[in-house]
Every structure is written in C-alpha cells, then in structure tokens.
Design a protein around this ligand. Sequence first.
Ligand code: KIV
Ligand code: ZN
Length: 511
Amino acid sequence: MQDNLIIFDTTLRDGEQSPGASMTKEEKLRIAKALEKMRVDIIEAGFPIASPGDFEAVKAVSGMIKDSTICGLARALYKDIDCAAEALEPAKSSRIHTFIATSPIHMRDKLRMEPKEVIDSAIKAVQRASKYTDNIEFSPEDAGRSDFDFLCKIIEAVINVGAKTINIPDTVGYNLPQHFGELIGNLIKNIPNSDKAVFSVHCHNDLGLAVGNSLAAIINGARQVECTINGLGERAGNAALEEIVMTVKTRKDVFTCDTKLDTSQIVHCSRLVSTITGFPVQPNKAIVGANAFAHESGIHQDGVLKSRETYEIMRAEDVGWNANKMVLGKHSGRNAFRSRLEELGITFENEEELNKIFSQFKELADKKHEVYDEDLQALVSDTVQGREERIKLLSLKVGSETGVMPEAEVVLKIDGQQKSANAKGGGPVDATYKAIEEMVKSGCNLQLYSVNNITDGTDSQGEVTVRIDKEGRIVNGLGADTDIVIASAKAYINALNKVLDKRQREHPQQI
Ligand code: KIV
Ligand code: ZN
C-alpha cells in the first residue's frame, strides 16, 4: 500500500538564508507560482517577523497561491506567532510553523533557558497558534543533537496541545543516515501520541548527507520532507527537493510512499531559482545539472542506444529536460512567443512589457538560430529585474587585442541621468567593471565571477554570475547575453542595483 509523502518546500525561507540569495517580493511570487504548478504540498514563504519585506512577501504569496498550503515561520513567541498569522491571513490554506531549540548547547548558550522553560514556551506557542489555525507545525531546533528523552517529552507535550506536524531538524547537518533514520523510527515508536501527528524532517547538508538523512528518515516513517530547489540554503544548503523526489520515485522497491509532485516541472523550477538567486547549478549536480543525463563514454552511448535502461535509471523527460527544448526562431510570431511564455508560467505587467521582451527576443533570434526556454527565462529576468533599477546599461564598447591593454567605454543611466566613462584593465571584463565603478563609486568588492553557457553551441548566451560584498552585505547578480562581456556588465549592474535597492533585506530572516 502506498502512502503520501508531503513535500514541504522551504526555498523561499531557508533557501533565502544563503549568502546573497535574498529575493524581492516579486521574485518570491515567481518562484511560488512555479512551486504551485509543480504541485508542492506546502510552501514555506518566509519568516514574517524577521522584516517588513518578509512579512509583505508572505502576505503576497498567501494572496496569490491557491493549490499549495502557505506556511510562515515563527519562534516560540507570541509576537512572532501573531505576526505570522497576520501575514498568512489571505491564504486559502495556511500553516504556522513554530520552533524552539532543544539541544543542551542551544538551550544553555543561545536561549539561556532551563529545559522545563523550553517545554513551557513550546506548549504556549502551539496554544497561541491554535487561536488562528489547526494546521500547526512544531520544530525542536537542533533536534539532531538533542537528548532523546527530552525530545520525546517536548514532542508529546506539543502534540497534546494541538501540533499536527512534528518536524525534526538536523540544524547543523551533524547526523549520519543510519542514526538519523533510527532516531525518527524510535521517536515514532516511543512517543505515546505519535499517531496524532505527521513526522517530518529538515536536514542541512554540512557533511553532504542532507538527502541521505532525509531518505533514511522516510524509510523509518517520516511522511513529510523539508527541502529546497537545488539544495539551496544556509552554509552547505538544505536537502535538495529534486534528489529526494526522484529517489523515492525511482526506488519504488524500497519506498512505500509517493508524492503528488509533477516532476516534469523540476528543471524549470531549478533554472528559475538559479536565475533569480544567482546561484549557478554545477554541471554534475544530480537531476538538474547540465551533465546529469549526458553519456560521454562510447560504451555508455552504445548501451543506451541499444536499450536506454542499460545506463539510465530515470528518463530525462520525466524531470523536464526535453520538454524545455521547444525552439523558437526569428520567424516565430508574437502568438507563439506569448503562448510559450504562458506555458512557462511567465506573466507580464502589461502589453508594453510583453512588446519589449518580444523585441529583445527578435534581436536574440537574429544572433542565434534557435531560442530555447532557458534563453526566454534569462530575457524575462532581465526585463523583470530592470523594472525599478536605478542603474541601467545603455551601451558598452570594448577593445581587446593581443599585446594591447583592453579598454572599455561604458554608458549608463543612473537615476535617470546619462553618464559615461572609459577605463583600461587587465582584461575586457576588468576594464568594463572599472569604468562602471568610476561612475557608480560603490566601493563593492567582487567576491565571485563565473560564466556558463545557457544552452549548447558557440552561439549560446553566456550567463554570468557575480557576487559582491559591501561592508559585509553580500549580493549576487546575474546577466545573460550572447556577448559575455555585455553579460558581465549586466551581472555587475544587477548586483549593484540590489545593493542600492532598499527592498532587498540585508540579512534575510536573521533576527
Ligand atoms: O534548520 C533548522 O533548524 C530550521 C528550523 C527553523 C526548522 O531551519
Ligand atoms: Zn534549516
């Protein structure tokens, strides 16, 4: 008999805690829409008390999403719970997720509370949340390093007052699959009222074991997993949604549960999250990496041609790889263009915006024969990003020749005023960044620069990711173009705009 595994996505909350991954409300809405389309059961949209931006984002997601439950995080404090309830008010279906640390080190050094006080706070938090909803989740933070008997006590107490989901976080990614699986099995076995709640897990990836630990927990009775797209998350990240879901589906001989996820949306969601946050996906990443289904060796290719099961355990199209190969070209009309965008879940504020992106698409189609979905995503990101940007790139000219120092001439519009500057540099990108800096004078420090091709072929757009930091505040920027120096300029300007944007929180969800 198969039972349901609940997919709880926390890309918009824990995922956003990755350095530089902070998202605007509009960006969160785009991701939430894609998660809903993929049929994620629960979307943790943020931590409403953390900042006005987070509150507004949770409220906006709550107002827009109809088919997934929207969850808001709250410490075990009345003010957090009231704030989460207010942000979730517009949601058709909502959940309050409250947490308090239970490991000896957290209780003693962080909370400075006695274990008895921690249990009292947890009970009061769940009782407070039950004023607003009966869909309440409780997490004993750092459960992976907590005392087993204490965990049993606090969990039994919160179930008694109405917690319906008990989430066991391995907050610091310390656990090993066998032990973590046993922990979940033993909690379910030893807590007298465990049958009144769904047991969930939330694993961090500090030792690279987040997915392994989550799967061991499922085998031992967990029926909800908390995960993020591409494994995005604080430090080494959270458990990757796509890896958990595809393991459960592929190894039906081991797993007795299944999800209702539409896996054909996985690659689309992965690209969207990567584009918005500026976190590229490594080519050899399972399921969503560019090489995940590429067979290089002759023996493998020969085997796959004879019978694909010889070397393939999943079909690329099942996770959306080949679905995204719909090609548009320079002769494609506006209607084909619009309907492809609709299929990708992309909507526009008005016709003017659609016209703008259509003419950018035509320009791109002139430069490269075939325009793929990935190209469209990048174009749309440029347009959406550009809506309220203070700095815009008007033109860029670079000279690069062997034996001569490269030079760049950049024209920008800054707060409506046109400015230009020339600079020389070690390479064309260095020269371009120096010219931009001369005008913007941001004083930012470039921490990371990387370039990837968006699609196959030498005519592909290059996607540049940069990470800059200004006095400890880290932001990522992304830019795409068939010319990688222009893509580099766009990425840098995108990051600078985030630094200047008051809506971008300095430290999302850190309070
Ligand atoms: O990692 C963690 O412990 C968390 C909790 C808030 C669930 O993110
Ligand atoms: Zn976490």
